[in-house]
Design a protein. Sequence first.
Length: 577
Amino acid sequence: MKKPSRPGILAVRAVNQYRRREVFAYLGLRYYLENTAARSDIWARQVATDLVLTRTNTPYFQAQHFKEVTESGDVKHREIYLPGANEALAEAALMDECASKPAFTNPISVFSYQLTDGNDRSGVFKPYTNGLQGRHQAIAKACENCPDGVVLFTDIKRFYPTITSELALAAWRKKSEQAELSTHYRELGEKIIYDHGLAGGTANKGILTGPMFSHLIGNLIMSELDAGSTELSARYFRYVDDITLVGTCAEVAQSLKMIRTKIEAMGLELHDSNSSKCFEVSSKDWLKGRYDFQSSQNPISWMTLIGDLKRFLLANPDQCHALQNTFHAEGFRIPIQDYSRAIYESSFLEKIDVLARKPWFKRNIANVSIESLITQARWLRKHYEDEFSELAQDMSELEGFERKRHIPKLRYRLGRLIYLGTEGTLVSLGSMAKEIPELQFHASVMQAVATGDIDNVLTLGTNAAQAAAQPLKVSGKAVKASLLNLSLVTEQSLAVFLLNDVSVQYKQENTSELMRFAKSGVDLGMMKSSDPFVREIACLHGLSEIPRHSSLLETVFDADEDLAMDAIEQLQQSLSS
């Protein structure tokens, strides 16, 4: 019997990108791509795009994501709109076409959302860490060239929600003309912009926060400012809506004034100088943190552990459950996804056959075992615990730039300890983190994973729920929720736990379509829902009294699908929205 061919590049890109973003969009894609015809690049470029161009409704899921905790203790949420599966695939085709045009390449001053191209299956965009590290290195070089200068950070208020449809269309049409984009793809971009306006309603002026296409539009909106940055007296760097200026005090002040004028002309607004979003530090002080993004020099790191883990699963798919059981016995909550189905696709087997003949590949595989993975995980557990305790010790005394430098380091270690730490460690470090306002997301997830009490996480939003649900599912811990009345936020969050097949004890029976979909599968009523997103995902799932969500979350779609670590990814995706 002929082995099935691998999914197309565009399907894998879309799956990887939305797996990091939101579980609802990811599941929709997985159910959609169970139709083998839909996996090809031809389908994405021709069928999926035509379906978007001719549709009469806008299937977006409006998820509530944790944004921040205010000084008064209130939780603020960000509305994230997730496209239906067909649009996510059409979106990947559209941006692949844009990636083939030099006009859509980011200028050297811009470090966010660079489109992938060629055979890269990692996502629609290149990894965000590449951009963050690139910006950091560029700022360091600018500071070296201006040692007596200053570094100023500022950003745009509510960037995506304040971009009007008119502004988005003008930027899209101008760039499409410059790139000589085909009429089909020009119209597809215009259609998506138009549908964003419809989905957002009167509360949303234009493009939505959430879809990958919005990030491309955001870059296009800023392209004139980026191009004009060479005329500024200060050095200019941008990551999404974060703008950094480096120069003398006079150069930075003059450049900021020019930028503010141009931003306001677009109908956007920079934060005021007295905002916490806008701060200034000397070049000398900034250079103290120039190596903050440098990769670890230790022979064991998170990257070596996850890289070896994936290599082991690809080479030994039959040992998936043995590895999971061994990790569980050690108290690790690292999800072990099943690659067995993905590796039997013909083109991947051919690739492995070629690699297996190379000496370096044989050595790498031979050196990875369950025992070596456990050794790495144990070492990292102790290492991150010690580093976090040391970094957190003086946080109450830190302010300004030094405090801002410490926060990403603390988040990095907490995100990984959620998978590696013992329950006792999660409780103790979670209590320490709770005293630091910037770490409320991680503190809540750690407490939920350690205790099984998810009340606090439910109030934070779906990204916090997914961050906690994945390690809780792996641990098999009993989970309880005592909230009596479910709000929109808590209902969506509870549905996330159910989608992950986490057994939750909760008091209120909720019969909403979302909860029924998460808990009980799909009935005919959902397939006729007035909500276009629910109707689409229900039809893709098919009639069933038992949901299939958790089985999809535990298996990969393709050998090039990334191992998902939600406690790490979910916070970062929202921070970079």
